[in-house]
Design a protein around this ligand. Sequence first.
Ligand SMILES: Cc1cc2nc3c(=O)[nH]c(=O)nc-3n(C[C@H](O)[C@H](O)[C@H](O)COP(=O)(O)O)c2cc1C
Ligand code: SF4
Length: 715
Amino acid sequence: MGLLVEALRQPVVLAAIALSLSALYFYQSAAGPSTHGASGNLVQGAARESISARRRRKRNALKNNTDGAPTASSCCNSGSSPVGEATCCSNSTSTTAESASSCRKSDSAAVAAEDVGFDEEKTVTVKILYGTQTRTARTLAYRVKDLVETGVPLVKEALVLNIADYENEDLFTEKSPVIFMLSTYSGGTPTEDAAWFYTWLEDSRFDHRVESTAMRNLRFAVFGLGDSVYGDDFCTVAKQVDRYIADLAGNRICPLTFGDKQKDTEAQFVAWTTLLLSRLTGVVNHLSVADSMDFFEGGEGEFYESDSDAAGSEPETEELMDLEDMGAMAAKLKAAKKSKADGEEDLAARPPKVAKEMVTPMLRKSLEKQGYKIVGTHSGVKMCRWTKAMLRGRACANKCVFCWRQHTNPVGTEFRWKVDDPLLIVDGVMEQHYKMVKQLKGVPGVKADRFEEAFTIKHCALSLVGEPIMYPHINEFVEILHSRNVSSFLVTNAQFPEAIRSMRPVTQLYVSIDAGNKEDLKKIDRPLFSDYWERFNDCLRELGNKGQRTVYRLTLVKDGNDADVSEYADLIAMGNPSFVEVKGVTYCGFSGASKLTMKNVPYHHEVLSFCERLCASLAEKGKGKNYAIASVHEHSCSVLIADKDTYFKNGEWYTWIDYNRFFELVRAGKPFTAVDYMQKSPSWAVIGQGNGFDPNETRWFRKAKQDVSGEDAQR
Ligand SMILES: Cc1cc2nc3c(=O)[nH]c(=O)nc-3n(C[C@H](O)[C@H](O)[C@H](O)COP(=O)(O)O)c2cc1C
Ligand code: SF4
């Protein structure tokens, strides 16, 4: 969503491919939730009773539990097994799942046996996510499951999942209360199964594109497993998860609690589960009454206040909410719902919303570390490698490393930050760019003529992982650029069809196509909109209607998104872009947020072969225009496919841009199309005639005698 300006000295069509690596994330295979045998929570055939009678009975049962004998874990106490052991039942020699099962078969099953015949009321599912190394957290997760299923009325099922099998983004829309059981290991690190979740959550917390209240509908509780002997690293993972979710406005069901190996962990667990069950009962009742209502709407922070002092110590137990209170609460909720529906909400009573700055101090620090100069509150400028290389008279043979793209990539749904004036941004980024150029004065290798040239900005690429098109003044912004003879390369992630429709002509409008089908797009882009696929398709259609110079940008990941050319052909037929730029993904080093390895980086010949198959598929389908490969840029591992009907005239390609003509057309203020400012491609940029390397530039060898434009450089 941020507006990022990369001032480019000389973009050649292919050289200006901005790699959307950010969008490429690979999940650990979703092996599906671990289902275990102890989930049969309904005993058939028992008599009905009124809800209030049952709740009263349940309350008494749970109160008894509080009084010393935990409902479903009483059998576990009998063997006085510490929490740190992998079996909860001292008499059990079975697997964990069976242990849970045997727990339930014990005397504690009395409550479960009473919970009969209310299928229609049991609407709520509770999810219990665990991260473990030596299975303690998993064992406890099953004990919680057992307790919840037997001790919380209206719970249909408590699902235990390894956290690695959970779709992280579901936390934004999760209707089920979620309970985390997380262990911490050396240096305060998460267990291997929780590592991806941990990184994702941290990224989401500091990702300016994720709403600060993104988890406002989530009810959650965290139980940390650790050992206080590790000092500052004690239960770090649980602490951080609890904090980050609360920072994203998640609602704590009960305070963060620890099972410390140095203490009586079983007692800590029992006390926590008692409190948890009590509070969960209230939450579940609200949920079943409020149903789909956004019960916690507007509630930033917690449903139950966090008691940071209590965290880690014995959590307080609390009285169950009385039935009558619940009834009153339900009535309140219904009234609120009705009032909302009737539009009677007293908006005046709400404090006015003050737009926050998009670039938080933390984000600013991170971006500055990456070489950005921040302008205003939501824009930044960075000198690209191309400019730096050109200043030294070399064509860049390195592939770009866009570090910010190592972050997670959910797109925001609206621009809800403070909005900076477009003139301020343009002036600011130009000034910052010139300052950065000045810093290169005297740097060995910088050529005087190139240095001078760099003080005339000619091109501007507007991109970031998010959506510059969401910036409310984007049209004014590009108008200012054009008025200064600066071209505009705008990249969009295809989630805002309206914005594409109302976008005035830019020099080149890019859309990132990160996958060929709905499922893969979800995995790769992790969009926030639930109707992301419809939006995506609408954007492509809008693009097709524009008559502008449009480009689909595909970042190819070997064994990732390179399988089905026919799906891409369908998408191309939908938007009929002027060009399709296909670039092999660049490996940016290991990042917890990305599962990419060097094996996912295709060779240039593999990218070329993909493009040939794509063109063949397009021809076979006969739906779109006549597409063909026009150029290759070997050392960028890129291939340009172009609409041959339009850009191939008299046996020659016209894939280049006549910038002066473009500015003339913009100034004339009359409608124009991409054809009006196309320019003949130089022979070295045409397939079969050159490899995309400008012969006027000096080829730069990274190591003596190693031609980095060759295949060795593709990896
Ligand atoms: C090698 C090792 C390192 C550990 N490091 C930490 C630590 O840094 N902080 C902490 O709170 N606990 C630490 N612990 C304690 C574990 O978190 C604790 O034993 C926990 O119950 C293990 O849970 P699990 O069986 O679910 O993996 C460590 C344990 C081991 C064996
Ligand atoms: S070097 Fe990289 S950042 Fe610079 S113009 Fe080329 S692709 Fe864009």
